[in-house]
Design a binder for this molecule. Structure first.
Ligand SMILES: C[S@@+](CC[C@H](N)C(=O)[O-])C[C@H]1O[C@@H](n2cnc3c(N)ncnc32)[C@H](O)[C@@H]1O
Length: 278
């Protein structure tokens, strides 16, 4: 018969699952930390305009966590989130917008639409994060999107996109990151160098068993830095700067500190931001 002590020990040894098994919640926990980026966005905008940015459009907003945190952060900020997917936007409303204060809620709008077409109202900053523009597989489509982003900006407004690369993004591999109660898996399933096409998946594994296989799927053309630079210029952007993420020697991971570069050392995986002015 189990005594109270052994029962307690058994409970303590039992692996704990995640706080929620919802794929959007798991995604946010795994890949998003909006506040980490706000200092960078504000600095980039202020350096170029001498002003503090107030309005932000989050293209490909998904659950709009970033837009929600933006309006929550200061009382004079406004945000627009744009995404094609109605169920994802409903999730965003329920989990990220509804909990905001009434005053913050009044300063955020979610629009169901194509980022190619939503260009009003004009904003100080447009961001397209987590590499979402890789859904555009032709140069013409990517240029049309960048042109739409430029048309969305107030004079001197700033467009910020992130990029990833390194040799791990060209070979089948699965990267695992442990979080409380679950593991996040980022898989490059196959890569075709002729088209620079990669099929990527996100999976989640729960510490107490089970998980969600192929919770998210991305069929991406992986654009190179020179290509993105050229297409931004073709779309009418100016003053392009590339910011490279530093490396934490203790953890062996990126340290979320981004510095302007004109050259960089290749690595298994790197992250960078392009900042461009309208
Ligand atoms: C990789 S998720 C990005 C989520 C979020 N931006 C982030 O940083 O984690 C890509 C999102 O883009 C949306 N999407 C794809 N094509 C789109 C388009 N043409 N216009 C608007 N949204 C689009 C998808 O519905 C999906 O929610």
């Amino acid at each position: 018969m189990a005594t109270r002590t052994t029962a307690r020990r058994a409970r303590a040894r039992k692996p704990r699952g995640p706080k929620s098994r919802d794929r959007h919640w798991l995604y946010q926990e795994s890949v998003q930390s909006p506040e980490v980026h706000f200092g960078f966005f504000e600095r980039a905008y202020r350096e170029r305009t001498g002003r503090r940015p107030l309005s932000l459009k989050e293209d490909f907003c998904g659950t709009a966590l970033l837009a929600a945190r933006w309006v929550e952060g200061r009382r004079d900020r406004t945000a627009i989130g744009v995404d094609l997917d109605a169920p994802t936007l409903r999730w965003a409303h329920k989990h990220n917008i509804a909990p905001l204060s009434e005053h913050a809620r009044a300063r955020i709008t979610l629009r169901r639409g194509n980022v190619m077409h939503v260009v009003k109202p004009k904003v100080d900053i447009v961001v397209a994060l987590n590499f979402s523009y890789n859904i555009f597989h032709s140069r013409a489509a990517l240029r049309a999107y960048f042109e739409a982003a430029r048309r969305s900006l107030t004079p001197g407004g700033v467009f910020i996109v992130d990029m990833f690369g390194g040799w791990d993004s060209q070979r089948p591999m699965t990267e695992r990151t442990r979080h409380r109660g679950f593991t996040y898996l980022w898989e490059l399933h196959h890569y075709d160098p002729v088209a620079n096409f990669g099929q990527f998946y996100i999976h989640f594994k729960f510490r107490d068993g089970g998980g969600i296989r192929r919770a998210f799927s991305y069929a991406w053309r992986t654009w190179s830095i020179p290509e993105v630079r050229e297409i931004l210029l073709e779309a009418g952007f100016k003053d392009l700067d590339l910011y490279w993420e530093g490396f934490d020697t203790r953890t062996g991971l990126g340290n979320s500190v981004f510095r302007k570069v004109t050259r960089a050392k290749n690595s298994p995986g790197w992250i960078a931001f392009f900042v461009a002015s309208a």
